[in-house]
Design a protein around this ligand. Structure first.
Ligand SMILES: NC(=O)c1ccc[n+]([C@@H]2O[C@H](COP(=O)([O-])OP(=O)(O)OC[C@H]3O[C@@H](n4cnc5c(N)ncnc54)[C@H](O)[C@@H]3O)[C@@H](O)[C@H]2O)c1
Ligand SMILES: O=C(O)C(=O)C[C@@H](O)[C@H](O)[C@H](O)COP(=O)(O)O
Ligand SMILES: [Zn+2]
Length: 376
């Protein structure tokens, strides 16, 4: 049952000058979507893009809410899963937007997890060279991370998110009621990105999560608090470095390893989803930092213990099926967007909540480390 329309419990502002926007967080926001959108945007036509798991639950309530506010909307339902972030599925999204004659001042709405958000945001960024875009994130991962900050795109066989644009949303509506229908596995995957904010530069938040994670998983006030802290953390980084010229790269903690593992498993969501790759990647980043004598091995053990406690995979051995050799993982790492002049950039750490951007990390060290950690 959807909650009754009521004011959002929390509001986080992303300060980007004339492209600033609100993130509203709380129960009942799908039912209130029409009102929230109509009060901010002039356009009265929208294309809603969603996936086959989300549509049966939340598409009709969203369309009804838009209709109540005089917004005429069409919808497109795509297959669920990481493979949908592809050129193949970008085409029907662009066609749906153009076919409905959505003008620049109307809007494209992403209703779903990070896959739908990234794909739809990319389409919104390129159709008519940029259309208005609203995120209605329905997974924990999308509510705490992917719906905020304007990174949009699709995957390539060469690597994750290699094709895309920066295109900020005009509004993010994170309806926390919808998280109740998320599978436990997907909730855990999103939690990895929540823990990431603690590990980057909020040691007290990480400690709070170690003590309160059961309450976050149970729902209610602790969950809303974790989402709001995460959105606030991301909003501050994005406002300071929108296009990742510097400190935004910190949000990539665990991702260089994680993205290589996603590419290595061919974006097969049954084997590995993004948040799981990030969990394994964050443990690897802490272990690699210890190997480079930057941090204590105790910190890596603490990170792994917490992620394991919530049920996340923490080692390459936890991925089912065959993994390509370490040399192949290095090929994906060499395609990482943070590479500069052929040199690898990693997010390393001096301890819990003390992450930093390390340029010029020797590839030979990374390869040696991956060979040690590789299960085969
Ligand atoms: N743009 C960014 O800044 C950013 C940040 C982090 C991750 N990402 C990207 O986000 C993607 C991962 O996002 P994700 O974890 O949300 O995956 P996802 O979009 O595949 O959603 C996970 C699964 O949950 C289902 N689902 C979503 N909401 C549901 C709900 N309320 N009830 C029931 N089922 C629901 C989906 O159908 C899907 O099967 C990756 O492609 C990753 O690269 C992008
Ligand atoms: O917003 C960011 O910046 C991030 O790095 C957030 C990450 O969680 C996210 O997975 C992002 O898509 C990775 O960015 P990429 O540039 O490495 O593709
Ligand atoms: Zn991520």
């Amino acid at each position: 049952m959807m909650s009754q329309v009521k004011p959002a419990e929390r509001k986080v502002r992303v300060n980007l000058g004339d492209r600033s926007y609100d993130i509203l967080i709380g129960p009942g926001l799908i039912a209130a979507a029409g009102r929230e959108i109509a009060s901010r945007l002039k356009g009265r036509k929208m294309a809603v893009i969603t996936d086959e798991n989300v549509a049966p639950r939340y598409l009709e309530p969203l369309m009804a809410s838009l209709g109540r506010s005089g917004i005429e909307a069409v919808s497109l339902v795509l297959p669920a899963g990481e493979k949908t972030k592809s050129f193949e599925h970008l085409i029907p999204v662009c066609d749906a937007i153009l076919g409905a004659r959505i003008e620049r001042n109307d809007a494209v709405v992403a209703l779903g997890g990070g896959v739908i958000g990234d794909l739809t945001g990319f389409a919104a960024g390129i159709v008519r060279r940029g259309s208005r875009f609203i995120q209605v994130p329905t997974s924990l991962l999308a509510q705490v991370d992917s719906s905020v900050g304007g990174k949009t795109g699709i995957n390539s066989p060469h690597g994750k998110n290699l094709i895309g644009v920066f295109h900020q949303p005009d509004l993010v509506l994170a309806d926390t009621d919808v998280l109740d229908s998320l599978s436990p596995r997907e909730f855990r995957a999103g939690y990895a990105e929540v823990a990431k904010y603690g590990l980057i530069d909020k040691p007290d938040f990480f400690k709070w999560l170690e003590e309160n994670w059961q309450a976050v998983f149970a729902g209610g006030a602790a969950r809303i608090e974790a989402i709001a802290v995460s959105c606030q953390a991301k909003a501050e980084v994005v406002a300071a470095d929108e296009r990742e010229n510097g400190m935004r790269a910190l949000l990539n903690l665990g991702h260089t390893f994680g993205h290589a593992l996603e590419a290595a498993t061919e974006y097969d969501s049954s084997r590995l989803v993004h948040g799981e790759g990030v969990a394994i990647g964050m443990v690897l980043a802490h272990e690699f930092s210890a190997r480079m004598n930057l941090a204590s091995p105790d910190d890596a053990r603490r990170v792994e213990a917490h992620l394991k406690a919530v049920g996340l995979p923490t080692r390459m051995d936890d991925i089912c099926g065959h993994l390509p050799p370490a040399e192949r993982l290095m090929e994906a790492i060499a395609q990482d967007k943070k590479v500069k002049g052929g040199k690898l950039t990693f997010i390393l750490t001096r301890g819990i909540g003390r992450s930093f951007v390390a340029d010029d990390v020797p590839a030979s060290e990374v390869l040696g480390f991956l060979k040690e950690k590789h299960p085969q």
